[in-house]
Design a protein around this ligand. Structure first.
Ligand code: SF4
Length: 476
């Protein structure tokens, strides 16, 4: 039997982490909604692998919930799902910690006793003025259990709910600066909220009269729900006990969603704000082929997000698409783990090269982004050791030069390889024969055009720089 040498390297240890995935379902009659939430969370697992949780409403304004550290499949078995009775409302959450440490206290949904009984909140995003809000509330005698900004959201909503939960939610949303997509269970009502820029995605779907909200449409597909529309930036949707829906806006709408969702964060089979993530990635590959005519024998992508772009490049250039890298699919996306020591130890079994596909070939390698550059360097070394005679790196996004403050755990500017380096310098560091990036305006075009947060590429964040500075975020 032919034996392949094994040179193992990190798959995606490039310093970008996803944030969280959320889902909420409302049914007019009591159903086993926890099971649908469970399957929806499976579809959202790529957005967070540290912890998972489900909360369901039970009679008398109470909430039953279960959450723990680990993948959805590790946290929930039959026994855990049996703890969650049939219900009218269920919400769920998978987490990567961008705010607060990685432990079960910070796992979501957050469940608490409020002015109107028990509530449960699942949050995706990052509230950049949460420390300031928290300090003021502590001064006023409030106690916090966790280190998450999500608990600050819960506390402020309750604090401001002097007339009703709806009123507290409206007032609280006006005070938050940053990214938040929320699903909230309170009594017989389900709320879904998206911040006024729509930084984090949130879609609404329907299944047999049930209303479903989820971070991505792939979660709707997973439970056979039909996509109705995206929650509009700035919108608060309330689903009442009888299933009726009201929509309102807490502070206007200024759509500037995170463009990195299309580049990397979202699943390729999701549709966000009416644009197919697959189509945008494929188009980026096509654009790269039109921009950069490189003499090569084969084109390949770094699994998983860049495979689509590599196919687009191949279609336009006529250069055959091949699989160059094999990904072990039985372990999580290693970079989701929050500390460097965990990343280093767990990534070594993640990727391997298809030697027979690349030996003696001039290779174009497409990746969705380069953040710290450590993975690119190791992948290129692997491909050369496995027989590639040339490795040309094409990137389906511009240089990542700035950190993210909105729930995507990118490194500081100093740790970003493009933070203070030219493309030529980066090319030398990662060991490529050439290196090219797609221009930002073409990336925006591939995502359907319009306004986006592009802060990590050009420091043009959705929230103005003045706000960032006033919240003591380092912009230099
Ligand atoms: S800075 Fe980048 S990753 Fe962060 S929200 Fe903006 S586009 Fe997304």
């Amino acid at each position: 039997m032919k034996r392949r040498n094994s040179i193992n390297i990190p798959a995606r240890d490039f310093g970008v982490h996803e944030e969280c995935g959320i889902i909420g379902i409302h049914s007019k009659s009591k159903q086993a909604l926890a099971r649908d939430v469970y399957f929806g969370l499976f579809a959202l697992q790529h957005r967070g692998q540290e912890s998972a949780g489900i909360a369901v409403s039970v009679p008398n304004n109470k909430v039953a919930y279960y959450k723990n550290m680990g993948l959805v499949s590790e946290v929930f078995g039959e026994d855990e799902l049996m703890l969650l009775p049939n219900t009218n409302i269920a919400i769920g959450h998978v987490r990567y910690s961008t705010s607060g440490s990685s432990n079960v206290v910070n796992a979501q949904p957050i469940v608490f006793y409020g002015r109107y009984g028990r509530m449960a909140i699942a949050h995706n995003g990052n509230i950049i003025n949460a420390p300031e809000i928290k300090s003021k509330m502590i001064e006023n005698g409030h106690i916090f259990q966790s280190s998450t900004d999500s608990e600050v959201i819960a506390a402020l909503i309750n604090n401001l709910s002097t007339e009703s939960v709806e009123q507290g939610l409206f007032e609280a949303c006006k005070k938050f600066v940053g990214a938040f997509a929320l699903v909230i269970l309170s009594g017989n009502k389900l709320f879904a909220v998206r911040d006024s820029f729509g930084l984090r995605p949130l879609v609404m779907g329907e299944k047999d009269g049930q209303i479903v909200f989820a971070s991505e449409s792939c979660a709707l597909d997973a439970i056979d729900a039909t996509l109705i529309r995206d929650v509009v930036p700035g919108e608060i949707i309330t689903v009442e006990e009888d299933g009726s829906i009201t929509s309102s806006f807490y502070n206007g709408s200024d759509r500037k969603p995170c463009i990195f969702e299309y580049v990397y964060l979202a699943r390729s089979d999701s549709t966000m704000d009416g644009v197919s993530v697959y189509d945008s990635r494929y188009e980026c590959g096509e654009m790269l082929a039109r921009l950069f005519d490189i003499k090569a024998d084969i084109v390949a992508g770094v699994p998983d997000s860049a495979l689509v772009s590599a196919r687009g490049y191949s279609a336009v250039s006529g250069i055959p698409y091949v699989d160059a890298l094999s990904k072990n699919r039985y372990i999580g996306r290693t970079f989701i783990q929050p500390v460097q020591s965990q990343r280093e130890s767990s990534v070594k079994i993640k990727l391997n090269a298809f030697r027979s596909n690349i030996k003696g070939k001039r290779l174009i390698l497409i990746d969705d982004s380069i953040v710290r550059g450590t993975t690119s360097k190791k992948i290129i070394a692997l491909l050369r050791q496995s027989g590639a005679t040339e490795v040309h790196m094409l990137v389906a996004s511009p240089e990542v030069k700035w950190p993210c403050f909105f729930g995507v755990d990118m490194d500081t500017k100093e740790q970003l390889i493009a933070g203070n380096r030219s493309s030529d310098e980066i090319c030398k560091i990662i060991g490529a024969d050439s290196l090219h990036y797609i221009p930002l305006e073409l990336l925006v075009k591939s995502c359907g055009g319009g306004n986006f947060c592009t802060g990590c590429f050009d420091s043009n964040y959705s929230v103005g720089k003045g706000v960032m500075v006033s919240n003591k975020l380092n912009m230099e």
